[in-house]
Design a protein around this ligand. Structure first.
Ligand SMILES: Cc1cc2nc3c(=O)[nH]c(=O)nc-3n(C[C@H](O)[C@H](O)[C@H](O)COP(=O)(O)OP(=O)(O)OC[C@H]3O[C@@H](n4cnc5c(N)ncnc54)[C@H](O)[C@@H]3O)c2cc1C
Ligand SMILES: NC(=O)c1ccc[n+]([C@@H]2O[C@H](COP(=O)([O-])OP(=O)(O)OC[C@H]3O[C@@H](n4cnc5c(N)ncnc54)[C@H](OP(=O)(O)O)[C@@H]3O)[C@@H](O)[C@H]2O)c1
Length: 463
């Protein structure tokens, strides 16, 4: 038996979303050397955006958590929930406890549009709106005013589609999901009749994926409306510049443009080459000033939106900004403010301010690559990072300075509401139990204190 066999490599992972769990899974499936993984999560609940982002009416997508549950059952895995790195535990402490630390902390901040009136009441980021309907504890009190007749959704990505679709679903469709209880009544009783989705560039540049765009055309309670004039291909755009997804999107949009509205209760109107430039209202949003854009080539040959002189004012009482996300800096961890992510060498090794690799420090997922890509994209990304960890520690003795049990003891002392994996399983069972009589997958808890209380109804366990 070698020294390396005697001392497992000890890795901390910050964040329990897809990238954190894919990294944990890959680490714990290494036959070559024993490895221990501790996952730290600021919420008492795991799964990141799979719980707090994926739309409630997409339950199949959430079933990916069954894979993560298998990882959590592996020898060497521990979960420390309700522990925020940078607040409850500093990065320096973490780095001194483990051989390697992988930041898989996601990009939960919303990108700002920078337009006037952005902060008026009734103007919400997708982070807030999505977090609210998904029962994220940070957004449970959002209470958006949906007693308005038109909503404007800014952005042409899948999050914009999620937001638009959620505003159209009926009680029958939502009542069987894990939507937050507080959002169900408000959404289905809303007065919103029209949802206007604004893309700053053309249909060819939309970031929608095909199944999500197709789903908009199949809504039970909403017609989808596209103006054929918006679908004229710009003269200098070469067909071969479009990838398969963009081509299919244009085909789908053309079919929508040919449809006659069938008089459904609501309308989702997709507009292109249109940017809001100001949100207007005294105390809250009442109108949106929108400018018509044209596409121009930038220096790199890409197509960007340039405002024209043509403007219009549109009445709208709700504005949802679905224009992307950005990461937060964690004290002590290098951060690229401009890009909103942790600088790294592409394989996940974190780079310091001097551009040099910081030994023992890694990153994976959205905070490594930026906020794009579906759940599965994070698998390869996390595996690349773990492969970098394994390569760097090949033949190296594990040298953490604190015993694994001591880490758990420090955390139990410092974080009164610490939730371990067995505690999460109790929360999970409780939520499923609440959902069962209603024919719902679960009823999500929104109060951290309540989650902690339920998680504590167990004998403390190491796993
Ligand atoms: C609204 C929305 C809907 C989506 N829907 C789909 C979909 O239907 N299908 C699909 O394939 N993809 C979907 N995606 C994309 C998918 O969710 C992401 O690709 C994926 O979640 C990114 O994984 P991640 O682990 O990098 O980040 P996240 O999932 O964001 O996980 C990061 C985790 O880190 C935790 N954390 C952050 N900071 C700290 C800290 N300081 N200490 C401890 N923990 C911390 C967070 O609480 C979180 O749990 C959606 C994304 C969004 C935004
Ligand atoms: N069902 C699913 O599979 C699903 C659901 C949700 C999310 N996701 C994934 O999660 C990732 C993130 O999705 P996302 O929708 O947040 O991001 P996204 O795909 O990057 O789309 C962002 C959109 O916002 C636009 N935008 C950015 N800044 C803007 C501004 N200042 N003004 C107007 N528009 C602006 C972008 O336009 P430009 O192109 O012009 O920059 C783009 O259309 C994506 O990879 C997505 O596929 C998947």
């Amino acid at each position: 038996m070698t020294d390396t066999d005697q001392h497992p490599l000890r890795v901390a992972i910050v964040g329990s979303g897809p990238s954190g769990f894919y990294a944990a899974g890959h680490l714990l499936s290494q036959a070559g050397r024993p490895i221990e993984v501790d996952v730290f999560e600021r919420l008492p609940t795991p799964w990141g955006l799979v719980r707090g982002g994926v739309a409630p009416d997409h339950p199949k997508i959430k079933s990916v958590t069954r894979m993560y549950e298998k990882t959590a059952r592996k020898e060497g895995f521990r979960f420390f929930g309700n522990v925020e790195i940078g607040t409850d535990v500093s990065h320096d402490e973490l780095a001194s406890w483990y051989d390697a630390v992988i930041y898989a902390s996601g990009t939960s901040g919303d990108k700002k549009s920078g337009i006037a009136g952005e902060d008026l009441a009734g103007s919400l980021s997708a982070t807030e709106f999505v977090g609210w309907y998904n029962a994220h504890p940070d957004f449970k009190d959002l209470d958006p005013d949906l007693s308005v007749s038109r909503a404007v959704v800014i952005g042409n990505g899948n999050v914009a589609i999620d937001c638009a679709r959620m505003l159209t679903l009926s009680r029958e469709e939502l009542a069987v999901t894990d939507i937050a209880d507080h959002a169900l009544d408000l959404l289905v009783d809303s007065s919103i009749e029209e949802i206007l989705v604004l893309g700053r560039r053309g249909p060819e540049q939309a970031a929608f994926t095909n199944p999500e765009l197709l789903e908009l055309g199949e809504l039970a309670d909403a017609d989808v409306i596209v103006d054929p004039a918006d679908l004229l291909i710009p003269e200098d755009l070469q067909e071969d510049e479009l990838d398969a997804t963009a081509r299919k999107n244009v085909e789908i949009l053309r079919e929508y443009a040919e449809r006659l509205p069938s008089g459904k209760r609501k309308r989702v109107v997709l507009r292109f080459l249109a940017s809001p430039v100001e949100l207007i209202g005294d105390d809250r949003v009442e109108q949106v000033r929108v400018v018509r854009n044209e596409l121009v080539r930038d220096e790199a040959g890409g197509l960007r939106a340039r405002p024209t002189e043509t403007e219009e004012i549109i009445d709208a009482g709700l504005v949802l900004r679905a224009i992307g996300y950005t990461g937060f800096a964690i004290p002590g961890v290098p951060f690229d403010e401009r890009k909103g992510l942790i600088p790294n060498d592409g394989d996940g090794r974190v780079l310091g301010p001097d551009g040099e690799v910081v030994p023992g420090l890694y990153t994976a997922g959205w905070i490594k690559r930026g906020p794009s890509g579906v759940i599965g994209t994070n698998k390869k990304c996390a595996q690349d990072t773990v492969n970098a960890v394994l390569a760097d520690f090949e033949g190296h003795e594990s040298t953490p300075k604190v015993d694994t049990e001591d880490v758990a003891a420090v955390l139990r002392n410092r974080v009164p509401g610490l939730v371990d994996y067995a505690g999460w399983e109790l929360i999970d069972a409780h939520e499923k139990g609440l959902g069962e009589p209603q024919g719902r997958p679960r009823v999500k808890l929104t109060l951290v204190d309540e989650m902690v209380r339920i998680a504590a109804e167990q004998e403390p366990a190491a796993h």
